[in-house]
Design a protein around this ligand. Structure first.
Ligand code: B12
Ligand code: SF4
Length: 479
């Protein structure tokens, strides 16, 4: 059978991207787990045209909530041409009913346990409407099909070593989407890290781990990093602040070529941290944690979110100066978004605070979908855009780059220069995050139905969860 996997995308900036940095892992992973007898292609809509006249027998769509209307539009076009369309991913998992109004079949949760069966069923003409994926044991997962990526991605080697995270931030679906904390065998991960059939030296050099919280299980990460040292890579990932307290881990990170760590710092006020349920963060600890990474030459990328109940327009705008003051090298600035499947959604929907007229295209991390507590939705959007402009203004971006010259190791500096340059160029060109209020193309789609959400629990193995949770709790007490 011929399968086209489409990783759906809707531009999140007014004028598009100047450079396509890092690809999603999902499409090339799905391709890798597709049995060899099928022909599979992966299309990244972010930079590839969609071929509606494809000869594929099955169209497989992957998408986040913010891209759902585009996925549904594509599904309609393909089905009108007689194609069968299936879908999966975080949005589908938490809104299967809404998705099934547009596609033939959905996978809820992780696909590994059901993907081959779904393909067999599609081939035999007996596609079921729902497949419940169970959390995968992570053993024997193949290397992603990097060979199927379009060459334009700057850093193509994305790797996943673990799934899950022990924390319970109110706005995050990870605890239910990827339950427990599961690790791939180190040898399997090293095979991906060693893959080097890329044309440019930096593409062979850099490894971007797309994990939820790579460093939380200390014995595992220490073994992985010790064995990565001989490969002489530069690597980046997402982690929680506890890494900064573990000198042995920091030594290994430095020795194995760590150039960047992403921390979800989210906010500077205690009230907003409480709303985020970010118990693992302490504002007073931010500067010191960042300084400890800088002492190893490692760059700190940090995520901040505007719109928690403790936020005001003023506190949102002030984040630009605060994050500069604590030494962040590359900031990522989002608008709080209550995704289905999160405690935040339960709270907002329960309190009648979701904005019913806002379609899924608003759920892209850069628009407002709910009524904030201390300001209007429009005031939150305005404050976020002011924050964004100030944080990526030339003085801030150049200041961060210059500080990097003195603090960061070569790979970290290169990364910081590229990313600060990327965002500063956007700010200079007025290429701001897109305001979906001005977009008409999806206005005809039905709006999200808000109400009691269904936390996804299909196929979770309680014993597995409990044992994973136990070991995670032990690791987390190091913080
Ligand atoms: C890596 C990552 C990123 C990376 C890469 C993004 C990308 N385009 O892939 C970066 C940092 C850029 C990023 C950005 C954002 N992200 Co992000 N990200 C993740 C993360 C941590 C891992 C995703 C991943 O690669 N997993 C590994 C792959 C192999 O698994 P997977 O994608 O889940 O796919 C599996 C199943 O879902 C399923 N599946 C998926 N698609 C399909 C399709 C078919 C047909 C089938 C059968 C199965 C299937 O099968 C796969 C194998 O099991 C997840 C958290 C998580 N645990 O999922 C959040 C997550 C996906 N991100 C999220 C969000 C909100 C964002 C942002 C909007 C944040 C923001 N405020 O800006 C942006 C959007 C940027 C963009 N351009 O798309 C949300 C999505 C929630 C939702 N309902 O939409 C998640 C779930 C985290 C959360 N907060 O809950 N993200
Ligand atoms: S620490 Fe990150 S991955 Fe873990 S629950 Fe919080 S936001 Fe999600």
């Amino acid at each position: 059978m011929k399968v086209d996997v489409i990783v759906v995308y809707v531009q999140r900036y007014e004028k598009g991207h100047e450079l396509d940095f890092v690809p999603p892992l999902t499409g090339i992973h799905l391709a890798a787990i597709t049995p060899r007898r099928h022909r599979v292609r992966v299309i990244h809509q972010q930079l590839q045209a969609i071929d509606l006249d494809t000869d594929a027998d099955l169209i497989a769509l992957s998408f986040f909530s913010g891209f759902a209307p585009e996925a549904f539009r594509l599904a309609g076009l393909f089905r009108a041409r007689g194609k069968r369309v299936v879908a999966g991913g975080p949005h589908v998992t938490y809104d299967p009913e809404g998705t099934l109004r547009h596609v033939d079949s959905v996978v809820l949760g992780e696909a590994e346990s059901v993907w081959a069966e779904m393909l067999d069923d599609a081939e035999a003409g007996r596609l079921q409407s729902v497949y419940h994926g169970s959390p995968c044991d992570m053993k024997g997962l193949p290397t992603p099909r990097y060979d199927l990526l379009p060459p334009r991605f700057f850093v193509p080697r994305v790797v996943q070593a673990t799934r899950g995270c022990p924390f319970r931030c109110s706005f995050c679906t990870v605890p239910t989407l990827n339950p427990g904390f599961r690790m791939r065998p180190v040898d399997d991960v090293l095979a991906d890290v060693a893959y080097d059939r890329f044309p440019h030296w930096w593409q062979r050099k850099v490894v971007w781990f797309w994990d939820d919280n790579l460093t939380i299980n200390r014995p595992y990460i220490k073994e992985l990093l010790a064995r990565m040292i001989p490969l002489r890579r530069w690597w980046l990932t997402q982690a929680s602040l506890d890494v900064a307290k573990d000198d042995e881990l920091l030594d290994l990170m430095e020795a194995s070529g760590c150039i960047g760590i992403f921390f979800g710092l989210e906010t500077f006020t205690a009230e907003s941290l409480a709303h985020a349920n970010k118990r693992q963060n302490r504002v007073a600890w931010y500067s010191e944690a960042i300084a400890r990474l800088h002492r190893r030459g490692i760059a700190v990328m940090a995520g901040f979110i505007a719109g928690f109940d403790g936020d005001t327009p003023d506190s949102v705008e002030r984040m630009a100066d605060n994050l500069y003051a604590i030494g962040v090298d590359v900031p990522f600035l989002s608008v709080l978004t209550p995704f289905k499947g999160t405690p935040l959604y339960e709270q907002m929907a329960g309190d009648g605070r979701m904005l019913p007229e806002r379609g899924w295209e608003f759920y892209n991390g850069y628009n407002v979908t709910f009524r904030p507590r201390a300001m209007t939705p429009d005031a939150l959007l305005t404050a976020h855009r002011r924050l964004w402009r100030r944080a990526f203004s030339l003085p801030h971006a150049l200041g961060r780059a210059w500080r990097g010259v003195r603090r960061l190791r070569a790979g970290a500096l290169l990364m910081s220069l590229c990313m600060n340059g990327f965002y500063a160029l956007k700010a200079l060109r007025g290429n701001l995050p897109a305001d979906m209020r001005g977009r008409e193309e999806y206005s005809d789609f039905e709006k999200p139905r808000h109400g009691a959400a269904l936390p996804f629990s299909g196929g979770v193995n309680a014993d597995e969860l409990q044992s994973a949770g136990h070991s995670i709790r032990e690791a987390a007490t190091t913080f």
